[in-house]
Design a protein around this ligand. Sequence first.
Ligand code: PDD
Length: 301
Amino acid sequence: MFVYLNGRIIPSHQAVISIFDHGFLYGDGVYETIRVLDGFPFLLDEHLLRLAQSARALRLGIPVPFPDIKKVIQTLIRKNHFPEASIRITLTRGPGPYGFDPRPCRNPTLAISCSSFVGYPASYYRRGITAALVGVKRNHPLSLPPSVKSTSCLNGILAKIESIDLGAQEAIMSTLDDRIAEGTVSNVFAVKKNRIFTPVLGKDLLPGVTRDFVCRLARSLGLEVVEKELSINDLKTSKEIFLTSTLMNILPVTKLVWVANRKIKSIKMGVGMGPVTRILAVCFEKAARAGKWYNSPLKKF
Ligand code: PDD
């Protein structure tokens, strides 16, 4: 498999980075995950824009211009023969002396890899997954802003561990003041009386590229999308819940679990995809595959 590392496209076994890289030592870096559909990177411009925003928040320069990054992605897809793939762009502070001071790190590390797409099991889409309403809170925006897609993922990893203990496939985190924020690797939607609700974009969650696409898609289908603060009770009383991400597309949640007074509680919301989720999932697949998204992601809708 070929990967890109700091200016060169090389076989993955030759791709080596320093153990003094601050990305490795301190999680000082940002990343993006991009889906490749039929050989075309889906919503690439949106992902690159978010990479730029994340990097800016950490005052991390991107060493290669976007047109060149796009060429690298195109080359990796072709050389690896992966029409259905996921691309990972990782940008870290690069090697430097111990300590958090980023200034001595003069050479950021840019790695782009491409692997054959392995999605979630088909049964997850047929039957829906269990999501845990976990006790771990989403990072406060004044500590590590969730809007930054940083390689420091411990907040999500702790939530994930809690959800595994509860037998769930994803964790839904809330803010310190108990508003729904997002999943560990996904954005959250709820359906009530045929209206689609999702937590409003502010500082509490990652502005998901798929979230935005789904909001536009739903509106183009004449469905009402309401972006507002959601409480845990709003989720528990929804008819349908679904999650979105680059690697999930639209994944239904059919059971919620949580712990109250040291007891595990749960609600079942259905046995498979609800009707609104199904319409969106079918139309998502069609819309995503209909366009050649390379460089022209906004022509839809
Ligand atoms: N994760 N929220 C968080 C915390 C995420 O990590 C992700 C994506 C999302 C969904 O964003 P998008 O629709 O742009 O993929 C929401 C990716 C898939 C990852 O970690 O690889």
